[in-house]
Ligand binder design. Structure first.
Ligand SMILES: [Zn+2]
Length: 413
């Protein structure tokens, strides 16, 4: 049987592998002890790059709604740094584009209203669009009107017909999660007023590749965008990117600004051509570059296993810190189980007492590390390595060392 594997943007056949991470359970499918003897569902975790448009993407493996169901949503407001990021964004947008009580702000995947609440406080009308009913209800409670719907062409037409087109249309960390990419972006073009502005944030593929962040590939993320590819996708729907900022979230993200191609203002800023050039220089418009990345991923697996095996053979104890989604991608891909990593710890009480999907590595509270005094602590959320090394500074008191797996296996000084 031949699989019908086609690009979700341009429909060209997909045959160039970007990262083949094997079979993996969903990254957030943590297990309780009573589930350990039950069958687990594994899905292929294989990213491909389209040789025609260079969109990096997972092939579809099962209907996303069926996989993620309604449990998938989480409450954004739980993180302080995230709220601060949202508040700053609001101020920047009002200052730059002069939104007033007469403007309409619309956010897609508005979650619990964590971002829109700041516009509302300034008296600017807002509307959230959020498919998860329980999360949307929380937004309504804080006074953010929210439509419980998946976003696409149909929703956009309905809203536009009801006179609710947007002066500012926001789509943060949603583009990667969209299976029907063209339907989604077409909807954005419909919902945007002729003079309106779109902003979107998404993890930057260039950073993923430069920093070997292959563990940020998981089933929930269908697409991985470079600036140039985002530009191409939006252009196909009559939208022009006129500015871009690089921001630190998720290991390095882009915030892009778009308008209707037919709208002459605002002018296209210098950063657009500069970033496009940087991506060209990095070879993102050549298939070979992606093939090189695929090899680097395999080499990282070998070196992590080499480190863990050598440590065990030398009689050292190795444990993990953190139970993030990216850790599950990494450990499943590398086939690391409790014989190589005894346990991991996490500050979240929801994860403590559970087991990592696939690898069945137990998750304890951080104090477990102080009780057992391991020789090495492998930091799975490597993006927080400084913060964690500081919180767990006493590890060094008994001669323990911190290790990061990405961009390459490295024992921290
Ligand atoms: Zn394509």
């Amino acid at each position: 049987m031949t699989l019908k594997r086609r690009c979700r943007f341009c429909e060209a056949p997909l045959s160039l592998s970007f990262a083949d991470l094997g079979m993996s359970p969903l990254s957030n499918a943590y297990l309780k002890s009573e589930d350990l003897n039950a069958m687990e569902r594994f899905y292929p975790l294989h990213a491909w790059v389209c040789e025609s448009c260079y969109l990096v993407q997972l092939e579809e493996f099962e209907s996303p709604q069926r996989i993620f169901g309604e449990d998938y949503a989480y409450f954004s407001s739980y993180s302080d740094t995230w709220l601060e990021h949202a508040r700053r964004y609001t101020e920047l947008m009002i200052e730059r584009f002069g939104f007033t009580a007469k403007s309409q702000i619309v956010e897609i995947a508005s979650n619990d209203g964590y971002l829109l609440q700041y516009f509302k406080r300034k008296g600017i009308p807002v509307l959230g669009i959020e498919p998860a009913a329980n999360v949307a209800a929380e937004a309504e409670r804080r006074g953010v009107p929210t439509l419980v719907r998946f976003f696409g062409n149909d929703t956009a037409r309905e809203l536009a017909g009801a006179g609710r087109r947007a002066d500012l249309l926001i789509g943060n960390n949603v583009l990667a999660h969209v299976p029907a990419l063209n339907d989604f972006v077409a909807g954005m073009a419909i919902l945007l007023k002729p003079g309106g502005v779109i902003t979107m944030e998404f993890p930057h593929l260039l950073r993923l590749m430069e920093e070997n962040q292959f563990d940020t590939i998981y089933h929930e993320h269908f697409s991985y965008f470079s600036f140039s590819v985002a530009e191409r996708v939006l252009a196909a729907h009559g939208l022009t990117l006129f500015d871009v900022e690089e921001i630190p979230t998720h290991g390095g993200s882009l915030r892009v600004f778009a308008k209707h191609a037919s709208n002459s203002a605002p002018p296209v800023g210098k950063r657009v051509a500069a970033l496009r050039q940087r991506e060209q220089k990095a070879g993102l418009d050549r298939g070979n570059t992606y093939g090189v990345f695929a090899e680097k991923v395999k080499a990282t697996k070998r070196s992590l296993l080499r480190f863990l095996i050598e440590a065990r053979e030398a009689g050292k104890r190795v444990v993990g810190y953190g139970a993030p989604a990216k850790g599950n991608t990494l450990l499943n891909y590398c086939g690391v189980r409790t014989d190589l990593l005894e346990y991991t710890v996490d500050r979240s009480p929801h994860k403590q007492g559970q087991f990592l999907p696939g690898t069945h590595i137990p998750v304890y509270a951080p104090d477990k590390i102080r009780e057992t005094r391991p020789d090495y602590v492998l930091i799975l959320p490597w993006n927080l390595k400084d913060e964690i090394a500081e919180q767990m500074a006493d590890v060094r008191a008994w001669g323990g060392k911190f290790v990061v797996p990405i961009p390459e296996v490295r024992v921290l000084d």
